[in-house]
Design a protein around this ligand. Structure first.
Ligand SMILES: C[S@@+](CC[C@H](N)C(=O)[O-])C[C@H]1O[C@@H](n2cnc3c(N)ncnc32)[C@H](O)[C@@H]1O
Length: 267
């Protein structure tokens, strides 16, 4: 579906471009100008399409959110995940979590998915250093001001969303995180920020104390990753003495990178 949508977008752009060129060659400058404006408006159209879809999706559950994030929304609100891993993971909660946090947002794909699985009145915190390491190829877009409305649309009408921009290791980010929680404890913490061994360890050690007994802490990229040598979550997942019961969500044990590891803390 995503490919079909992209092909349709490219076809529309080419048709407008050719029509504008033909109009210009025929000396019909007014028509050429109108067609050129329509061509320029295509990206804006896609932006507003994503905004409206995200608003509508927030109440429609994880499957619908995944269809969008891995489908027609992939270019503005995509997730750096395997659908076959994140979807079973967020559907594994016995009850919708009421307080959720992620470290590492990028384009907000996991934020949309976590919101879709959370209770309708949940508190959702997303902490990210926009454009930081491990942000994929679109890091500069993640800093852009127009991304904010898309992120805000993900929460839906009843949830409270706290967006914190900063380095997860800074005392200021930790302070703002604690302030956003306001004394509540998290049901779920999703760690997907700095993927170095020291980075993931620092995030676990700084933020796991906010998770309630019986809550879940999950890590992304637990599979060994030869293609990206700086990604060391697999070593952390293998070596670090994590408390609680472990579960793994891995699409294919032979794959390079990705995979979600979740640990449920003792109740
Ligand atoms: C792999 S991406 C997150 C992907 C996202 N969870 C998803 O699946 O769509 C990692 C994100 O963590 C951010 N990041 C890297 N180091 C960080 C740090 N020290 N503190 C906060 N965020 C950080 C990057 O800028 C990037 O946006």
């Amino acid at each position: 579906m995503a490919v079909k949508f992209l092909v349709r977008g490219i076809q529309a752009a080419l048709a407008l471009l050719l029509a504008a060129l033909a109009a210009a060659l025929a000396g019909q400058w007014a028509a050429a100008a109108v067609l050129a404006v329509l061509l320029a408006l295509l990206p804006a159209g896609y932006y507003f399409y994503c905004l409206l879809r995200l608003r509508a999706l927030a109440a429609r559950g994880p499957e619908a959110a995944a269809d969008f994030v891995f489908g027609t929304g992939a270019w503005l609100a995509g997730a750096l995940q395997h659908r076959e891993e994140i979807l079973p993971f967020i559907k594994s909660f016995p009850e919708p979590p009421r307080a959720v946090a992620e470290i590492g947002r990028a384009q907000g794909g996991t934020l949309a998915l976590l919101c879709s699985a959370a209770a309708p009145d949940a508190l959702v915190i997303s902490l990210d250093l926009p454009g930081g390491a491990f942000s994929g190829e679109l890091s500069s877009f993640n800093k852009a001001f127009w991304r904010r409305p898309l992120l805000r649309a993900m929460k839906g009408p009843g949830r409270r969303l706290e967006l914190i921009d900063g380095d997860s290791r800074s005392p200021e980010s930790l302070r703002r995180f604690a302030e956003a929680l306001g004394g509540r404890r998290l049901d779920l913490l999703f760690i997907d920020g700095d993927h170095s061994y020291d980075g993931v360890k620092a995030d676990f050690e700084r933020y796991s104390g906010f998770v309630r007994p019986g809550g879940v802490i999950a890590f992304h990229d637990i599979q060994p990753c030869a293609a990206r040598p700086g990604v060391e979550v697999s070593r952390f997942w293998r070596d670090y003495q994590l408390p609680g019961t472990r579960a793994e969500y891995v699409k294919d044990r032979a794959q390079d990178g990705m995979g979600i590891g979740a640990v449920r803390l003792p109740g």
